[in-house]
Design a protein around this ligand. Structure first.
Ligand code: UDX
Length: 451
């Protein structure tokens, strides 16, 4: 317990899952907590995807040996990679934490860990350090993993194609095809990992990068399922002071100069996030859809977007000439700046949770093309519940062209844009003084200080 009059800075250890979509919200959380109270923050990170420390002088970094081979690191088998991390990192994390406590000659106040790297909770439990679980996805997605055991008992799993469009019992409004783990080889192993990561163990509180007004019903369900306080503290990228880049790929800032030349709301921003990959045929269909849509576009074609190839070399002949100055292709964008730019009028996205929150926070309506996992859940909420995006499931040039024109030039698109503007105002209200996320961040700080 903190002693009365104890003026020492209290030490927090953050343990992110080493992927871009998980690292960003964890660093934002660290910065948001530092803004509100004088915590010292140490980020314990695997060697794999180790971030550029010099961009984050406000944090200390603690490298954690992960024992991954080069083959593990380049594999697309995330289940196996995460399972290995959860085994390999445990001892190394425990040892470095013990050294850290000796060096600082003080206790760690709290470990906040990404639910996917649950080895941190096991270490916290053994060392008797309080810990807090942080799920970086939506509440709706989090709550679904608790349903799978019952769906199994009821015979819905293995999932059947014939039921794809039916509503899943108890998780309205998701259809079976919207479930994060639906059907692919090895899905049972992934499910086991995700179900495990939903177990809070010794965690004393549950953090979610979401907002009360967005997810009332899944939040109510979760609060009934876990006997610990919940803190909904999103959108973290708007609560934290602007961070220097935590991108694992260098951001191409020159696109902002290009955006400056485009008309207000004219440009489509296209990105499928940091992990999703498509095949060559889909890339070519995307290219022709963009070429034919007649709108300016900024397209992130990151290394790995088409697995095993440099996707830029796979763009169809004649594409660059037809598009000319109307289109700009880059490897990685300063996404938050791009979405906040007044010339960006829509976002064609894979609907990762961070991208969804970033788009909502800027009031940019979306075209939703989920690729895997929680993206399907997010896409269902964006298109069907909040109705701030259009679903585009078929990567076919004609469908793509129609979706873009509908969102960016039709009356129906204007209604979607208006709804997104309204949602933005609601969400941004939550981070103002007296708003739900504002209050939860302050309560969280008090809670951590009481540990
Ligand atoms: C992954 C999963 O795909 C996602 O569904 C899950 O919620 C988190 O992990 P990712 O593909 O990385 O996420 O997508 P997303 O959650 O949207 O996160 C991507 C992050 O990278 C965002 O913060 C975005 O701003 C950033 N980004 C993306 C860039 O900075 N530049 C880019 O060019 C693209």
């Amino acid at each position: 317990m903190a002693m009365a009059g104890d003026r020492r800075r209290r030490l927090l250890v953050l343990v992110p899952c080493p992927y871009q979509g998980h690292l960003n919200p964890m660093l934002q959380l660290g910065a948001a907590l530092q803004l509100t109270s004088s915590f010292s923050v140490t980020v314990a990170h695997t060697e794999f995807h180790f971030p550029n420390q010099s961009n984050h002088p406000q944090f200390d970094f603690l490298p954690t040996a992960d024992g991954l081979s080069d083959a593990d690191k380049s594999s697309r088998d995330f289940t196996s990679l995460l399972s290995k991390l959860n085994v390999n990192c445990k001892i190394s994390f425990q040892e470095s934490l013990t050294r850290l406590r000796e060096q600082h000659k003080e206790e760690v106040t709290c470990i906040i860990y990404d639910a996917l790297v649950y080895f941190a909770e096991e270490v916290a439990r053994e060392l008797k350090i309080p810990c807090v679980i942080f799920r970086t996805c939506s509440a709706a997605n989090t709550s679904i993993y608790n349903e799978y055991p019952r769906l199994r008992e009821e015979g819905f799993i293995p999932l059947q194609d014939s039921k794809a469009l039916e509503l899943v019992p108890r998780v309205h409004p998701l259809r079976f095809k919207d479930l994060p783990v639906y059907k692919f080889e090895g899905y049972e192993k992934l499910l086991q990992l995700l179900e495990r990561s939903n177990q809070i163990g010794s965690s004393v509180a549950f953090l979610l990068n979401t907002i009360e007004c967005l997810e009332q019903s899944p939040l109510m369900k979760l609060r009934g399922e876990y006997p610990v306080p919940f803190f909904t503290i999103g959108p973290l990228h708007k609560i934290a002071p602007p961070l220097s880049s935590s991108s694992l790929i260098e951001e191409d800032q020159s696109c902002i100069t290009w955006l400056n030349k485009q008309a207000k709301n004219s440009t489509l921003y296209v990105s499928l996030g940091s992990v999703a990959s498509i095949d060559e045929k889909e890339l070519v269909e995307m290219a022709w859809g963009l070429a034919n849509c007649e709108q300016p576009f900024l397209w992130v074609v990151r290394p790995g977007l088409v697995h095993g190839s440099d996707a830029i070399n796979l763009l169809p002949d004649g594409f660059a000439e037809i598009v000319g100055e109307r289109g700009r292709i880059i490897k990685w964008a300063p996404q938050q700046l791009v979405l906040a730019h007044e010339s960006v009028g829509a976002f064609w996205s894979h609907c990762g949770w961070n991208s969804s929150l970033e788009s909502i926070s800027e009031g940019v309506p979306m075209i939703c093309t989920p690729c895997f996992g929680d993206q399907r859940v997010n896409a269902r909420y964006l298109s069907h519940v909040w109705k701030v995006g259009l679903l585009l499931e078929d990567m076919e040039r004609g469908e793509i062209e129609r979706a873009i024109k509908k969102l960016m030039t039709s009356e129906e698109g204007e209604i979607v844009r208006q709804r997104m503007t309204d949602l933005k105002h609601e969400v941004m209200h939550s981070i103002k003084e007296g708003g739900s996320s504002y209050n939860f961040v302050h309560e969280l700080v008090k809670y951590i200080n009481s540990l």
